[in-house]
Design a protein around this ligand. Structure first.
Ligand code: PGA
Length: 251
């Protein structure tokens, strides 16, 4: 795992966007795994700036998001489809038909999970997966004790995750209790992974990620076994944590 410590959220976002846009420019056809939440918003902002200023084209990019709330439909402002359109897709030249998320309001959820997993596979798998990390170590919505060999599945969100995400909803009780998430195995099959962490609330998770045990109790710990993971974290998230194996990129 390569760890890059940056000053703050803005630097983290700029560097992440630089790595992603560089990849978009250098590869003819790219499958990007994308994330939602507070963490990647800055990165998406910088990608849009890069698109506007440098004309990086997303016409040959396909995107697959990690997760979607059940049973939210895509026009629900709290759905991750709505978030992605709003914060990224509407501002790039990516064809909407190249952007994929699980359907949170599918009538047959089990079937939807199988369909989504196959959709990723049929497109050739994820080239670069962007990840945030939950305070409890979740990646996607793979909560603690999710099997490391899981594929896309329906999850019941933990109370910690529902509390953490309540800030996006009008009332805490509006936070959905379930979601569809790609599995840990799905994430681990990505060729390259970029994990972002910013702020004090992620410090404990960063410490566990870098120094804790490899365990299904902390889903992100599996990333240590992946051959190409870059973690970009800011000073606040890494404060007091011993970091080895510093690395810098050309961005
Ligand atoms: P956040 O969520 O970016 O809103 O902190 C990250 C996550 O839960 O994976």
């Amino acid at each position: 795992m390569k760890i890059i410590e940056v000053k703050d959220y803005q630097q983290m976002s700029r560097l992440a966007a630089c790595i992603i846009s560089e990849k978009v420019r250098s590869q003819n056809r790219l499958n990007l795994g994308l994330a939602t939440g507070e963490t990647p918003k800055g990165t998406y902002n910088y990608l849009i700036k890069d698109f506007n200023h440098n004309g990086t084209s997303y016409e040959e990019v396909y995107t697959f998001n990690l997760d979607e709330y059940v049973p939210l439909s895509m026009d629900n402002p709290n759905s991750y489809r709505f978030y992605m359109n709003h914060f990224l897709f509407n501002h790039l030249d990516i064809p909407m038909s190249h952007t994929f998320l699980p359907l949170g309001n599918a009538t047959d959820l089990e079937n939807e999970c199988v369909r989504y997993e196959k959709q990723i596979e049929d497109h050739g798998g994820i080239d670069l997966q962007l990840l945030g990390i939950g305070k409890n170590g979740h990646i996607g919505f793979n909560e603690p004790r999710t099997s490391f060999i899981s594929k896309t599945h329906v999850v019941t969100l933990t109370s910690l995750t529902r509390e953490a995400n309540a800030r996006f909803f009008e009332r805490p009780e509006d936070v959905p209790k379930q979601a569809i998430t790609v599995g840990i195995e799905t994430i681990m099959k990505s060729k390259e992974i970029l994990l972002l962490a910013s702020g004090e609330s992620k410090r404990e998770a960063m410490n566990e990620l870098l120094h804790g045990e490899l365990s299904e109790d902390f889903p992100a710990s599996i990333l240590r076994l992946h051959p190409d993971v870059t973690v970009i974290a800011d000073q606040t998230a890494l404060k007091g944590i011993q970091v080895e194996g510093y690395s810098f990129t050309k961005c």
